[in-house]
Design a protein around this ligand. Sequence first.
Ligand code: ADP
Length: 399
Amino acid sequence: MKIMVLNAGSSSLKFKLFNKQDLSVLASGVIEKIGEPQSHARVEYIDGSGEELSEEVYQSMPDHRSAVRLMEKLFREKEILGHVNELAGIGHRVVHGGESFHEPVLINDEILHAIKELVPLAPLHNPANITGIEAAMERTPDIPQVAVFDTAFHQSIPEHAYLYALPYHLYEEQKVRRYGFHGTSHSYVSKMAAEYLNLPYNELKFISLHLGNGASAAAIDRGRCVDTSMGLTPLEGLVMGTRSGDLDPAILFYLARETGMDIQELDNLLNKESGLKGICGNNDMRSIGRMADTGDSHAQLAIEIFCYRIKKYVGAYLAALSGADCLIFTGGIGENDIRVREKCLAGLDTLGVALDSQKNSNRKDGIMEIQKEGGSCKILVVPTDEEFEIASQTLKLLR
Ligand code: ADP
């Protein structure tokens, strides 16, 4: 039997197929530009003889339903999945679970309705996730479908850390509070780190830094997340590819008054035109690194601002946790960018977070340990695998 994981975005569908027995990956892929004239599908899979193969398809796919059908067709043709009945379950990534969902749930009409009710809290993400769920439920009505929420891991955050200093009725009536995202990743890498250190998860204090296009920090105190940098939406906190992260909210009133920008324009400015892109015109850290190396002062500044914000959160979470046993870098930037890791932690030796430049410059697959000899806080680079975590949570629920 097999477990499928689906991650539906507004115009994309990522999928990964796992062997239920050992959660080894049988196939993975993505269908992009759904709804555009020419969609693109790519699937990588292992055939019967163990050879790694791939296939690309360009064709029009008007919606997620046709994308799910194409995925099924590719699976059948390549003999990756003979029949959908070979699926023990399908795990879906759902970005916002609000306060209703603290853990993965089996999806039924009532749950789907509850996820739809959360759309105002995540208007960009939940509708896409719902489209993926509905398309899969339509094609495989007899297969259990599980929702795994990005926010669930953060539901343990205490009131004093999740409430904003706004009139309390806005929390009661509008549910305005910090929810946090990237929970699947923070949960996965911290558990992997504990396993690597061979120490009990529930006895360790972690600072987890997920640095990808989106970026967030989490403080995890002996098995429970106690704070995180993203808030009501994924806009708050660290500087990101195109998102500003923290800023003075009065900037919005100022800009509205001075420039006449409306809510939609301000939303677009903060979510799509700010962050690294706003400072240097590029949102891809690899390109920004190259630009900085050739003397581009805006690229250099973007890296400085990005790293300084991270350093401030590390300091804040060292205070929140009264010291940390382990700091984790993950995500595309956290796992790969030597310079960013170095800059984020520069000068934190006196707080027990001491990076070893030599070890930090190494590149290797899997977990890498990069603190100085004798440093009280372990510093680990842990590759994240959100799909694996969704598959294992799906399997756990089905059992
Ligand atoms: P997402 O948040 O979309 O899942 P990723 O976790 O893949 O994104 O992270 C994407 C970011 O990681 C981009 O800014 C990309 O430039 C950066 N990145 C990927 N590989 C490297 C690398 N080798 N060095 C520096 N940055 C990298």
